[in-house]
Ligand binder design. Structure first.
Ligand code: WTA
Length: 637
């Protein structure tokens, strides 16, 4: 088996074999990019994408806003489909693996995908969707999700994908904020052998919204009642013309909105443009995974999250690559399923989250050892800091000590990966993400915004092409969240330190966002749900470390009435799961008399968290009610 890495000291470097095939083989790219990042991205945008018209200005910055490729014109679906048709029409674009092993894997060629997207784009037009309209998509991991996204892009509509495991309430909030009139969903999907009903949640989610049409994919072969409002994805696609002219979009036209959790109860609609986003999706997929023409990439993230948008759709498809899309549970019908998929489809580039790796560690290596995994070339990780145990297990058991691990730091807001080590350059260090992607600048700063060995991770101007355009219909929140703390620098809300001169280690969020099994959740959103219950007066949710899931949420609740009991705890836990989704499963609720607060009334979640993790509490003198800390402490023993 080819060895792509060699060990030197405590670090790994690309081997000669990797250097032979690597797109980027040396440091010099970083130096070249640093000299003139704007020119660097200008060249990459021209080389990577097909533009109807080139831009008049490469970069313009009027903080907190900045624009790339101003005046440039292109279409994202054209870049992912039409331009591949002559040379790759019979190449697989999507390998769809249904959860049931009785159902066959579906290989969708570029030609097939092109046809399906064109037809569905015409369906959307027939439903009166126009350029600039927001279309909500609530679909499981099935090809129709990618088809819907590309069809929106084709006609210039803005897609807003909502994770299918989110609740009806979460869907409603996102539909309302986006003001969408059309929803694309399915009757359901398979998860761990069971049929999950999605349409029921969708029907409840659209109540009280402006949704006029619901397009339903028939995944479970259920009998669906169609009418004027509910129409069939399959039937409508047959009724329309087979070709749809792609809408020529400005580089700065919004391609999609994706809602993500912040520090308040309302999720933020992160907006991404067309040209800048696609440029970086293209190049980061190509370089991070060293994607060659015959390669197969599998990013296990759900497309309901940014990782799936960029690395299960726009990145691989704009490159003309082949991607794997797996519908189901990670251990269905047994914990060998993922590795079976890797072998059967000769996956070369595999991308997942530390939480999945920790889960497989627990399940035992016997499931992994049944498979060869010899097609693998590059492994990636994303979503949360990876500890060295998980890193080494991934490296040795999955990569068999042959493959580099690309630890990619980024966010919904950054659109594409920003900090990593490139496969042909290295070094690959357990637990250390690496350095800024060529052409991007980060710094670790202290509270005053000055460079420091340890502190806050910020991004510097010129801001990367794939960075967010703003928060949908909320300029104030955009400015305050990302641009207030450090003048002229983008605030990531992540802590970090320099591992050595070049490489950065990310320590995780420093705000009230938590990462549960790699999923981004807001503690404030969970508190809103709790506080809405008639028994609850106020609450504080904090994340505490968990061996498998990274972090898990626990709540401190002050009751308004009633008595603390196991039943009440259970019913509140159930309430959060139903209002947000099963990923927001609270681990425990502590019923307390009072919550530690500052004079201005801010609940000090940090103190509660530290009480649970037995870390030092820090200053309690600024609290208006310091006595409550001791009371809670006693309660926890
Ligand atoms: C965390 C996911 C450490 C980080 C792409 C960030 C990471 C948040 C890494 C964004 C990594 C992501 N190492 N932490 N390699 N990648 N994070 O928006 O805290 O779901 O701010 O985007 O995930 O989560 P989001």
């Amino acid at each position: 088996m080819v060895k792509y890495v060699v060990k030197k000291g405590d670090k790994y470097y690309p081997s000669d074999e990797m250097k032979k095939i690597a797109w980027i083989k040396s440091d010099s790219i970083y130096k070249e990019a640093k000299k003139n990042p704007i020119k660097f991205w200008d060249n990459l945008a021209k080389q990577g994408l097909y533009w109807e018209k080139l831009w008049d200005k490469t970069y313009e910055e009027k903080l907190p806003y900045f624009e790339w490729f101003k005046g440039g014109k292109l279409n994202a679906s054209f870049n992912c489909l039409d331009r591949h048709i002559n040379i790759r029409s019979m190449k697989d674009a999507v390998i769809f693996v249904p959860e049931s092993t009785k159902e066959k894997t579906q290989k969708i060629t570029y030609m097939d995908l092109y046809k399906k997207v064109n037809r569905f784009a015409n369906v959307l037009k027939s439903l009166k969707v126009k350029k600039g309209d927001v279309v909500s998509i609530y679909l499981p991991l099935i090809p129709e999700l990618i088809i819907s996204m590309l069809a929106c892009a084709r006609i210039g509509a803005i897609h807003s994908v909502v994770f299918s495991a989110f609740s009806d309430e979460a869907l409603k909030t996102r539909i309302k904020d986006g003001k969408s009139k059309v929803l694309i969903t399915s009757d359901g999907y398979y998860r761990k052998g069971e049929k999950k009903d999605l349409l029921k949640k969708a029907k409840s989610g659209i109540k009280g919204t402006k949704i006029k049409k619901v397009v339903v994919v028939n995944r479970l072969n259920k009998k669906i009642k169609y009418n004027n409002k509910f129409v069939s994805f399959e039937k409508e696609s047959k009724k329309v013309e087979q070709y749809c002219e792609p809408e020529i979009m400005n580089s700065n036209d919004t391609l999609f909105i994706l809602y993500t959790s912040g520090t308040t109860g309302n999720p933020k609609g992160i907006m991404h443009d067309t040209g800048g986003y696609l440029t970086q999706a293209y190049w980061s997929t190509k370089w991070n995974f060293n994607l060659l023409e015959k390669d197969v990439i599998w990013c296990t993230a759900d497309i309901g999250w940014i990782t799936g948008h960029t690395y299960s759709c726009y990145g691989p498809l704009s490159l003309g690559g082949t991607l794997v899309l797996y519908e189901g549970g990670l251990d269905y019908p047994n914990p060998g399923r993922w590795w079976k998929i890797v072998d059967e489809n000769k996956v070369t580039s595999f991308y997942t989250a530390p939480t999945a790796i920790r889960m497989f560690m627990r399940l035992g290596e016997k499931w992994v050892n049944k498979y060869k995994l010899d097609s693998l070339k590059v492994l990636g990780t994303v979503g949360e800091p990876i500890d060295s145990d998980a890193w080494n297990w991934y490296f040795n058991k999955i990569g068999k000590g042959r493959c580099p691990i690309i630890d990619t730091w980024w966010q919904t807001e950054t659109g594409a990966n920003m900090v990593n080590a490139l496969p042909g350059v290295g070094p690959f260090i357990p637990g250390v993400a690496g350095r800024s992607f060529p052409g991007i600048k980060h710094e670790v700063v202290n509270e005053k915004g000055r460079k420091s060995k340890k502190g806050f991770l910020v991004q510097l101007s010129p801001f990367a092409p794939a960075m967010l355009q703003g928060i949908f219909r909320n300029k104030k929140r955009y400015r305050e969240t990302y641009w207030k703390r450090f003048k002229g620098k983008y605030d990531t809300s992540d802590g970090a330190f320099y591992y050595d001169k070049d490489n950065i280690r990310i320590t995780g969020r420093i705000d009230d966002v938590i990462k549960v099994a790699g999923h981004r959740l807001s503690t404030a959103e969970m508190e809103n749900v709790l506080n809405g219950d008639k028994f609850v007066n106020e609450s504080a949710v904090v994340g505490i470390p968990d061996k498998i899931r990274g972090e898990v949420p626990v709540a401190f609740v002050v009751l308004e009435k009633g008595k603390a009991s196991k039943e009440l705890e259970k019913s509140l836990i159930k309430l959060i799961r139903s209002k947000i989704g099963p990923i927001a499963g609270l681990n425990k609720i502590y019923f307390v008399e009072d919550l530690p607060k500052t004079r201005s009334g801010k609940i000090m979640r940090r103190i509660l968290r530290n009480l649970l993790t037995k870390e030092s509490l820090g200053g309690v003198s600024t609290l208006v009610n310091p006595g409550c800390v001791d009371v809670i402490k006693e309660q926890l023993v």
